[in-house]
Ligand binder design. Structure first.
Ligand code: URA
Length: 442
């Protein structure tokens, strides 16, 4: 492919031609770094058209990208906006990113827990779309809590409280915002180079010193199989490391919802239980595993994370974080107007409870949104009463649907057909194992 620069001058002021870049990727060639950088910049400026960028994204999905290409594209996406810096804080900063799952409320107990050790946690979070929930939606169940912080407010909060959970400002990686919306409607979300550059451009631009990635696989995850999750994790760890951000990843199982609460307000309630030293074993396990990773990257490999959950330090840190963002941690959480409980139809063991249908059902109950502008219903969701491995008897509650509008129950139950199973015995080796399957380092 000829990548000779186009002549500069009236009518030909752009240095490259998008069609050359698309053809190179289509034919499995490496795209020269300057052409790739230009492609991202020209798309952000509106010179490269959506049709051209979607064709390029499809070529990337089909033919992949080299490590160098992914790094150059990520850098170009970072350069499309502002870079934050926490240099003047005088503390190490460490962040966490989860690729998302059903009942994934781990950010809520994790951030204050890590901050309790004197490390700053600048957590830029998102809102839910489709069946995976969003951290900001969950926290907005708390009366008065606000997600929008200016960069100065975030800096001050990290200095004074040690943690902030807030929405990313529009200045961070605008190229990603535009490209992600395009991928969403062109069947190109699943390309690993595009997912990795999308996630890491925002995390690197955020300016954190260290980053722990929770890359999920299974029915309720973005990546259904562990091999693709591993490839995504490796790609992101390499990108972070190449950019000077100390990065590690855990591959974690998302076949079954995390914990017993799926929704918004009920997930806050469950997170507070964990911060009080209780909570479901799987939520506690993952919170502790991620906290250890984050603290190790921040230079505290021997931090006694469990102790901070039981002695109130993590809870104090949570209360300070919620208050700093206008919330009242003691206010009652919203409760649903209507509930419907589904019971076991026989004695036996719960052998399967699949994350994806439960995520979709919670979404249909109003806990999630179909379009970015939709509101969520904070009290809506599902409370589970049993998990795989539990023995149940006929008539025992399995789960309760929570909604404000009872007409939503039928559609939610429609999503749940075949989503759980009660058997006579547990399959061999079916005792709940560790959620954390692998650790990926540079
Ligand atoms: N989350 C992101 O931010 N980007 C992706 O491409 C996928 C998940």
């Amino acid at each position: 492919m000829n990548f000779l620069r186009q002549a500069q001058g009236p009518g030909a002021i752009e240095p490259f031609d998008a069609v050359d870049v698309i053809r190179a990727k289509r034919d499995g060639e490496q795209v020269p770094h300057d052409a790739l950088r230009w492609m991202i910049d020209a798309y952000t400026r509106g010179f490269v058209m959506d049709a051209q960028m979607s064709s390029f994204a499809m070529a990337v999905l089909l033919n992949g990208m080299s490590r160098d290409e992914i790094r150059v594209m990520t850098d170009a996406m970072i350069d499309s906006g502002e870079r934050m810096s926490f240099d003047g804080l005088g503390k190490k900063t460490v962040d966490k990113h989860s690729t998302g799952g059903v009942g994934d409320k781990i950010t809520l107990p994790l951030v204050p827990l890590v901050a309790a050790f004197g490390v700053a946690v600048p957590q830029l979070s998102g809102r839910g779309l489709g069946h995976t929930g969003g951290t900001l939606d969950k926290l907005e169940s708390i009366a008065g809590w606000r997600a929008a912080l200016s960069n100065d407010e975030m800096f001050a909060q990290l200095r004074d409280v040690g943690a902030a959970i807030c929405a990313a400002g529009s200045g961070l990686a605008p190229a990603d915002k535009k490209l992600y919306a395009l991928r969403d409607v062109t069947g190109t979300v699943e390309a690993i180079p595009l997912i990795a550059s999308s996630i890491m451009s925002k995390k690197i631009a955020e300016g954190t010193d260290a980053l722990v990635l929770d890359v999920k696989f299974g029915s309720g995850a973005f990546m259904h199989d562990i091999d693709r999750a591993r490839e995504l994790a490796r790609t992101m760890v390499e990108l972070g490391t190449d950019s000077g951000v100390a990065t590690t990843a855990l591959l974690t199982d998302m076949d079954t919802p995390l914990g017993l609460a799926i929704g918004n307000a009920n997930e806050v309630r469950e997170s507070v239980e964990v911060l009080a030293g209780g909570g479901p074993a799987d939520v506690v396990e993952l919170t502790i595993a991620l906290a250890r990773e984050m603290l190790a990257l921040a230079g505290q490999p021997d931090a006694d994370v469990e102790a901070a959950l039981v002695d109130g330090r993590a809870m104090d840190s949570w209360n300070a974080l919620i208050r700093a963002q206008g919330g009242d941690p003691d206010a009652a959480l919203p409760v649903p107007r209507e509930t419907q409980t589904v019971v076991a139809d026989r004695d036996g063991f719960v052998t399967r409870l699949e994350a994806l249908p439960f995520g979709i059902a919670a979404w249909r109950l109003g806990a999630g949104r179909a379009r970015a502008a939709d509101p969520v219903i904070h009290a809506a969701g599902i409370d589970l009463h049993a998990k795989p491995g539990d023995r149940v008897v006929a008539g025992q509650p399995l789960f309760t649907l929570l909604a404000d509008d009872p007409s939503r129950f039928d559609r939610a139950l429609g999503a749940l057909g075949g989503a759980w199973e009660i058997g006579d015995a547990l399959p061999d080796g079916a005792a709940p194992g560790s959620l954390v399957r692998e650790r990926i380092t540079a």
